[in-house]
Every structure is written in structure tokens, then in C-alpha cells.
Design a protein around this ligand. Structure first.
Ligand code: ADP
Length: 874
């Protein structure tokens, strides 16, 4: 498909290139035609100008010739005057003979030659005219020009004096006044066109003589041209390589001058018009080529941006498909996980067999990991598609911190890490914001701290700064002593799916989505995330979020509040039975029905299970229920449609509380369900506590028998004791601890181990507590060795750190006494390091006194653990 697209894209491009090339050639032809036209036009115009120039020159030459004729005439007339005055004719004739002419003579009226050369007979007509008083110039073919003047004797004409110019003398006389070197000049008879004097250069003459027929025609043209002008010229492109033919009248003679001159001799100084046209044409061509190239690249770019646009549209379509897919999958995957985790919970509740419990515990742990992974991907897709919304309300900061600490403390301890909490006592407790997302952000950075810290500790620090206008800049920091982040990796930290230092981290689970989600959420809340890290030493992630202060009452001593909250939790967690209550559960998935059924078994409510919306409506017609749990996504009619139809029934049915069950935990879903008419909403996987609380809340109080803790029957107490924390989905209101004190009764007595405390820190999960206990005992030697080493070296800094770690790990497995001892020693250690110098000795003495106790108590704890949990601890 991609290949096809590419080839169609290429085809488009080829088509485009072909069009451009065609356009280029069309324009080229146009240019050539234009060039030709301009050339022709310019040539004509120029030749017209040149014709004028040539005519003017011809005129000048003819004027020179005319002047020569007139001077010859004057010479002859002066000679005649000399004879008239008595100079002997012989002397006069000899003086004028051979001076320009070839001979001269004097004729008497009777035709006899008085002196000089004799005339031919044909001249008699001309002589006759001179005897009548005229000065006559005539040309005789093969003989030359005869110029004749009368010679007077008083009033009468006695003789005629004449002078002859043969071809040679004529040429000598007149060629001097010819035009440019290459011009060819003839003298011809103006009336007959007969050539009187020809040009002697045969090479030039050939032009005409080769095709003699042309000459009369050309000269006739000149003679016609002279009628109105003294001179004329005409360009003849067909003559040789182009010649101007010209003609000019020779004044006071019967002759005219004609000739021709090559074009290039006349236009020699003017740049060749061909070159001008070529130059202009070339310039145009250059411009056009540049234009074509430009438009080609512009079009290529346009085509490319078309391609890019298509690619972007395609990518957006793909992204939408991905988001839809993820949103659908979230539902499709969460539903079966719900079933798996619910069933697994049943196994954990109902079986005492160790092996089975272990497998079930593993399923639970893997299932929860899977669920959190899906939640991450879902969040990511929500953020990407802009569907992530904040749900803000008033909340208690201490309860948020409490939940977070419960989630992370266990993980840190399980890994053998110290977990410290530092909460500014003056922070206001009641804030306004999205507590679910704040929790998510803190858990993310704290979980990362635990994940990427192989040893040492994680410190959770909560501080804040009051801003103006009733806001608090809440600052939540996770400080770890982990692997740290390289400087060059820092900018990649918050990218989607980006994981760093893969070599080192290949065994650590993760998607690389956590921080990018964290950053997006924090930004949505108007805050920022800061990272400080030294590679190999540890990292500090600080999240700052502005939150509105609802009430200025300070949070106080948080550690104490955590304990109180835990205590409150336990105090309020009463079990109940409601044998008269009728509960209808509607879900198309049998597993889910089974899970709810099992979870509610011990409440003894009367449960009716339904597989579809239609069945549900039938049931509602037949029976009255106290509460209906209605799945959202069902085939045929979904939960919302079913609810609408049920509400339409009116009466009792319409007054029944309907609780939506959904695995689709999209932001704003609660509001959506409420606006559709549901009474409440419960997220899947179902939290057993939340389910029970929901029943307690919505069942008519007269049907609920509350059993206060302590007054429970043997069986019920056992049930309560075995109860485990439900799967952690996106449940917002889970109770972190319950029944720990009851559980404590199950184990034999002892002074070192307070099982209740241990269970509390193990999320009330016996299996987990056992694991933890086992690990704590197994690490005894290694831990004591480290403490001993530091003690022997007087390395109080490390000593304090190690004892500090022991303080928290001991507490988390119920080693209250050991923890207290460690706490006292740790305090002394801090005093040595940071306290006044004068107390130092005293504190060292205190440690010397108590140091031995520490290993003794650790050992005592181990011994007691072996006795009380023989299957667990070796
Ligand atoms: P992951 O699912 O891989 O933990 P995150 O987005 O939460 O994804 O973190 C991205 C990467 O940043 C992690 O893969 C890890 O390399 C690094 N990282 C995050 N937190 C820490 C930390 N506290 N110390 C060291 N590296 C960390």
C-alpha cells in the first residue's frame, strides 16, 4: 500500500515535470519567433537609417564629381577666352592637352581642324550645339566624354574648342572622389542608363557583371529614386551578402553616379544587430530558465507539503485509531483482570494451603502490576488525546500522604531500603485539588525512587510555601540514594516510553511512561517537576503544585496522624450482615457475577444475579430490590439504557439506588453516571471494602446488622482476620489497614514481635508479612556486620545511617522494641555528627552502652520469630 502511494506520488511528480518541460519548450519557440521578429524589424529599421546615410554619402561624392566636371569646363572656357584674345590656338591646345583629358582640339565652322586632335564625325551634333553657343558634355561609347565650348570672334562664334576624356582619363579624374574603400562607383547616363565610367576593380564589378540583367533594373530604380531627391540608396539583401545600391545626380552634367556598397561596411561601427537580438534573446532565455527552475522547485515543495499533509492526516488517523484501541482495550482487559483478581482473592480467603496461597499471592502481585501498567497506558492515551481531566474537590493532605506512604513504605522495606518521611508540621491539611492525581504523581516518583535504589534509603519530604490569595505551593520531594541519572539523560527523562541506562535497568520493570504522565499531570495542575541527580549517588525529584487552601488548620505531626488515621480506620471498620436485604447484580460476564457474589457472601444478603439488561428489567418487574449493581458495558442494552428504562417504570423501582459498575475509569466518569441517573459508581476491579461500604450506605438501616469489632462471632472474627486488602486498581477510597489488632490474636505471645504492627505495615496481608519477616531475619547477620564494622571504625556517620535503616525495617516487621532501641541510638549518632561538641563524648558513651543491646535484641527477635513462625523463619 505504501509502495503504491509512493509510485502514485512519483507519477504525479513526473506528470508535473513533463508539463513544465512542455511549457518550457513552448516558451522557447515563442522566444525564438519573437527574437526572429524583433531581428527582422530591427534590421528593416536599421537598414532604412543606413539607406539615408548611404544616400547622403552618395550625394557628397556626386557633388565632388560635379565640381570636377565644372572645373574642367572652366578650364576649357578659359582656354577659349585665351584664343579669343589672340593667343595662338596651337599654344593654347598644347597647354590644355593631357592635363586630366587625353587630348583637345579646335574646329572651325566648316568642320576643319584648326589645331589639336581631329574629331570623329559623330560629334557633329554636339559641335553644332556649341557653334550655337552651348557648352556641351556628351559621352560617346568606346570614345569617351567630349566637352565642347564656343570660341567667339567678337559677336560671332568662330571655332569650337573641345576636350576629350577617354575611359582611362575619366577614371583617373573621377575615381578619386569615390566613397569608402569598398564602395563601387559608376557614372552613367542619367537618361539612358548607359554606363559612362565603370569601376575598374573586377572583383567588385563581378557582383554586377555576373548577372548583367540586374544592372539596368537596379540603376533604373536609382534613376527613378533621384527624380525627387538628389541622391538615393536602397538596401538589397539578395545582392551578395547584402548591399546598398545608391545613386546621385551629378549636377550640370547629363550623368549620374550609381554604385553599391556591402552592408557590413556601412554598419561596421554599429554592433551587429544579430548580436543584440541574440543577447536579448539569451537574457530572456536565462530569465525563463531561472523562472522555470524556481517554479519547479516551488511546485516540488508544494507537492512535498501535500505529501506531508497527507502523512500528517494519516498519522492523526493512526493516532486516533490507537487511542480508540487503547480506550477499548482498557475495558476489555480490565474486565478479565477484575475476574482474575476477584477469583484470586477468593482463593486467598478460602484456602489455608501454603503452596496454593503462594501461587495465589503471585497471581495477585502480577495482576496488580498488569493493572497499573494498563492504567498507565490508559492515562497516557487520555493525555495524548486531550481527554485527561482534573476532578477537583476538597481533600485532606494527611489522608493523601497516608495512602501514599502505605503504598510505598512496604515496597521500600521489602527491598531493604530505609523509608523516611519528613512533613512540615505547619502545612495546612485541608486543600482543594485533584487528590487522585496528586496521589498518582507522588506514588510515581516514590515508586521510581524505590525501583532505582538498590540500597540505602528513600526520603519523602513534604513542604510548602504559602502564596498570596490563599494558595499553597505544595512541594513534594522524593530523595533517594539510588543509581542516579547521567547529566545527558536528564532531558530524556520525561519522554514517552523513554527508559535510561537500559543495561543497568534491564531487570527493573517499567514502561518509560510514568514520568511523562507525571509531568503532564503536574503541568495540568499548573505545577512543575524538578530533577537533581548525581549519577551513582542518587536523585531528588521535586514536584511543586499550587493548591488552594481550604482551611488554615495545620497538618501537625504527620506520623502521629498516620497512626491515628489507622486507628480510626480500624475502629470504624465494622462488619455487618443484612440477611433481609435484596441485592440485584447485573453483569454480562459470569465471572464478574461470581466475584461479587463471593465478596458479598459473608454479609448474608440475598443476591440475585442477572446476565443482561433485559433480564434485569424483568427481575425489577417481579421483585423489589434494596440496591442494584448495574454493569455499564453490556451487549444489547447497556447499563445506562437499562437504568433509563428502569427509571421509566416509576414507583418503587425508580426509588431504588442504582450503582454503576465500570471498568472504564475515564476522567469525569463519575459525573457522567450521576447525570445519567445513577445513585453512585463503583470502579472495577471491585474493592471488597468499597463494595461493603456502598451496601452499608445504601441499604435501609433497619436491614443492616452492624457487628462491632470484638463482639464478632468466632467465625466472623476469623473471616475478618483473614480478609485481605482488595486489589489496588484506581480505587480512590480503599482503606489501607484493617483488623490488624484482631489478627494479632492468632499468633502466640512474645515480647519482641508485635504482629499487629507488622501486619499493618504489610498492608494486612499475612503472606506478605511472612515474606518480610523471613527477609528481615535472613538479613540479620549482614546488617549487624555492617553496623559492627562502622562501630569498630568509629565511623559514626555510616553507623547512624545503618542504625536508622534498622529502625524502620524493624518497625515494619513488628520489632517495636528493637526499633525503639535503634531510634535512641540513631538520635545519639545524629548528636555526635551535628550536635554541640561538648555532648559528643557523652553520646559516644551512650552508644557504647547500647550498641551491644542492638545485636542482642535483633537476635532475640529472630529467636522469637523462629518459635512463632516456624514455617516461615529458619
Ligand atoms: P519506568 O516505567 O521505566 O520507570 P519512568 O517514566 O517512570 O519509566 O522513568 C523513566 C526512566 O527514568 C526510568 O526508566 C529510569 O531510567 C529513570 N528514572 C526515573 N526515576 C529515577 C530515579 N529515582 N533514579 C534513577 N533513575 C530514574
Amino acid at each position: 500500500m505504501v509502495a503504491n502511494e509512493v509510485s502514485s506520488e512519483q507519477k504525479k511528480l513526473y506528470g508535473f515535470a513533463a508539463k513544465l518541460i512542455l511549457e518550457f519548450f513552448v516558451f522557447l519557440i515563442f522566444l525564438v519567433a519573437l527574437g526572429y521578429f524583433i531581428h527582422a524589424k530591427m534590421e528593416t529599421l536599421m537598414n532604412e537609417e543606413l539607406e539615408k546615410v548611404v544616400a547622403e554619402r552618395a550625394y557628397d561624392v556626386s557633388a565632388v564629381m560635379g565640381a570636377k566636371f565644372s572645373s574642367e569646363r572652366l578650364r576649357l572656357q578659359s582656354a577659349a577666352v585665351a584664343i579669343e584674345k589672340g593667343t595662338s590656338p596651337e599654344a593654347v591646345i598644347s597647354s590644355i592637352s593631357g592635363k586630366g583629358n587625353d587630348e583637345a582640339g579646335l574646329v572651325a565652322l566648316d568642320g576643319s581642324v584648326v589645331a589639336g586632335a581631329s574629331m570623329m564625325r559623330s560629334n557633329s551634333q554636339q559641335l553644332g550645339l556649341s557653334f550655337q553657343g552651348a557648352t556641351v558634355t556628351t559621352y560617346y561609347r568606346g570614345f569617351g566624354i567630349i566637352m565642347s565650348v564656343p570660341v567667339y570672334d567678337g559677336e560671332n562664334i568662330k571655332y569650337v574648342l573641345y576636350s576629350r576624356y577617354n575611359d582611362i582619363t575619366l577614371f583617373n579624374l573621377f575615381s578619386k572622389g569615390k566613397m569608402e574603400k569598398d564602395a563601387v562607383v559608376f557614372i552613367c547616363n542619367r537618361r539612358t542608363g548607359e554606363i559612362v565610367m565603370s569601376y575598374d576593380d573586377s572583383a567588385h564589378g563581378d557582383v554586377f557583371y555576373d548577372d548583367k540583367n540586374d544592372i539596368p533594373a537596379l540603376f533604373d530604380e536609382m534613376r527613378a529614386g533621384i527624380v525627387n531627391n538628389d541622391a538615393t540608396a536602397k538596401y538589397h539583401g539578395e545582392l551578395a551578402d547584402g548591399n546598398f545600391v545608391y545613386g546621385a545626380d551629378i549636377k550640370d552634367t547629363p550623368f549620374m553616379l550609381v554604385g553599391y556598397i556591402p552592408w557590413n561596411k556601412v554598419a561596421a561601427d554599429i554592433m551587429s544587430i544579430h548580436y543584440i537580438v541574440l543577447w536579448v534573446f539569451g537574457l530572456l532565455l536565462l530569465f525563463f530558465s531561472i523562472f522555470t527552475l524556481y517554479s519547479f522547485t516551488a511546485a516540488l515543495k508544494a507537492a512535498e507539503s501535500d505529501e506531508l499533509r497527507e502523512a500528517r492526516d494519516e498519522a492523526e488517523r493512526a493516532n486516533k485509531a490507537k487511542s480508540d484501541f487503547l480506550a477499548n482495550m482498557s475495558h476489555e482487559i480490565r474486565t478479565p483482570i477484575n475476574a482474575v483478581l476477584g477469583m484470586d482473592e477468593m482463593i486467598l480467603r478460602e484456602t489455608a494451603e501454603e503452596g496454593t496461597r503462594k501461587y495465589a499471592w503471585n497471581i495477585k502481585s502480577a495482576g496488580e502490576t498488569l493493572l497499573s501498567l494498563i492504567n498507565d497506558i490508559l492515562d497516557f492515551s487520555k493525555i495524548e488525546s486531550g481527554k485527561m481531566e482534573l476532578v477537583e474537590s476538597q481533600y485532606s493532605l494527611s489522608s493523601v500522604l497516608n495512602d501514599v506512604v502505605n503504598m510505598v513504605h512496604y515496597k521500600a522495606n521489602q527491598k531493604g531500603l530505609g523509608f523516611h518521611i519528613e512533613v512540615d508540621k505547619t502545612l495546612p491539611d485541608s486543600l482543594f485539588g485533584d487528590e487522585v492525581r496528586i496521589k498518582q504523581v507522588i506514588v510515581n516518583i516514590l515508586n521510581n525512587a524505590v525501583k532505582y535504589t538498590p540500597e540505602g534509603s528513600v526520603t519523602f519530604k513534604v513542604a510548602g510555601e504559602k502564596l498570596d490569595d490563599g494558595m499553597l505551593e505544595l512541594r513534594l520531594s522524593s530523595i533517594d540514594t539510588g543509581i542516579g541519572i547521567k547529566e545527558e539523560d536528564k532531558e530524556k527523562l520525561f519522554s514517552n516510553f523513554e527508559r535510561l541506562d537500559l543495561q543497568k535497568n534491564r531487570n527493573i520493570e517499567g514502561t518509560g511512561l510514568g514520568l511523562s504522565i507525571t509531568l503532564s499531570l503536574v503541568r495540568m495542575m499548573g505545577g512543575e517537576v524538578k530533577v537533581d541527580s548525581v549519577y551513582g549517588e542518587g536523585s531528588t525529584f521535586t514536584v511543586s503544585i499550587p493548591q488552594r487552601i481550604e482551611s488554615p488548620a495545620p497538618i501537625g505531626d504527620f506520623t502521629r496522624r498516620v497512626e491515628e488515621a489507622a486507628h480510626d480506620c480500624r475502629a470504624h471498620h465494622d462488619t455487618f450482615t443484612a440477611p433481609d436485604a435484596k441485592v440485584l447484580v447485573v453483569d454480562d460476564n459470569e465471572m464478574n457475577l461470581f466475584v461479587v457474589d463471593s465478596l458479598l457472601k459473608r454479609t448474608k444478603v440475598q443476591i440475585t444475579l442477572c446476565g443482561s439488561g433485559f433480564d434485569c428489567l424483568e427481575m425489577l418487574k417481579k421483585e423489589k430490590f434494596d440496591i442494584v449493581f448495574l454493569d455499564h458495558m453490556m451487549p444489547d442494552i447497556d447499563g445506562i439504557e437499562t437504568l433509563h428504562r428502569a427509571l421509566d417504570m416509576g414507583g418503587e423501582v425508580a426509588r431504588t439506588p442504582f450503582v454503576a459498575l465500570t471498568a472504564n475509569a475515564i476522567a469525569g466518569v463519575r459525573d457522567m453516571f450521576l447525570s445519567e441517573g445513577f445513585t453512585d459508581y463503583l470502579a472495577k476491579p471491585i474493592d471488597s471494602h468499597a463494595l461493603e461500604r456502598m451496601l452499608m450506605h445504601y441499604l435501609p438501616s433497619e436491614k443492616v446488622n452492624v457487628i462491632p469489632a470484638g463482639s464478632a462471632t468466632e467465625e466472623e472474627a476469623d473471616d475478618a482476620g483473614e480478609e485481605k486488602t482488595a486489589p489496588q486498581g484506581d480505587t480512590e477510597d480503599k482503606e489501607p489497614m484493617d483488623n490488624a489488632s484482631e489478627t494479632a490474636n492468632d499468633y502466640g505471645g512474645g515480647t519482641e514481635i508485635d504482629v499487629a504492627t507488622g501486619m499493618q505495615y504489610s498492608g494486612d496481608m499475612e503472606e506478605m508479612y511472612h515474606e518480610f519477616l523471613k527477609m528481615f531475619c535472613a538479613r540479620r547477620e549482614a546488617t549487624l556486620e555492617k553496623i559492627e564494622g562502622a562501630y569498630n571504625d568509629g565511623d559514626w556517620e555510616n553507623y547512624t545511617t545503618f542504625v536508622h535503616a534498622l529502625k524502620s525495617t524493624a518497625l515494619s516487621v513488628g520489632g517495636v522494641r528493637l526499633s525503639e532501641e535503634a531510634k535512641a541510638i540513631e538520635a545519639a549518632g545524629h548528636a555526635i555528627l551535628d550536635g554541640p561538641a561538648e555532648e559528643k563524648e557523652e553520646k559516644i558513651a551512650f552508644i557504647r552502652e547500647h550498641h551491644e543491646n542492638l545485636s542482642a535484641m535483633y537476635e532475640a527477635f529472630h529467636e522469637e520469630a523462629k518459635k512463632r513462625f516456624p514455617e516461615v523463619v529458619e
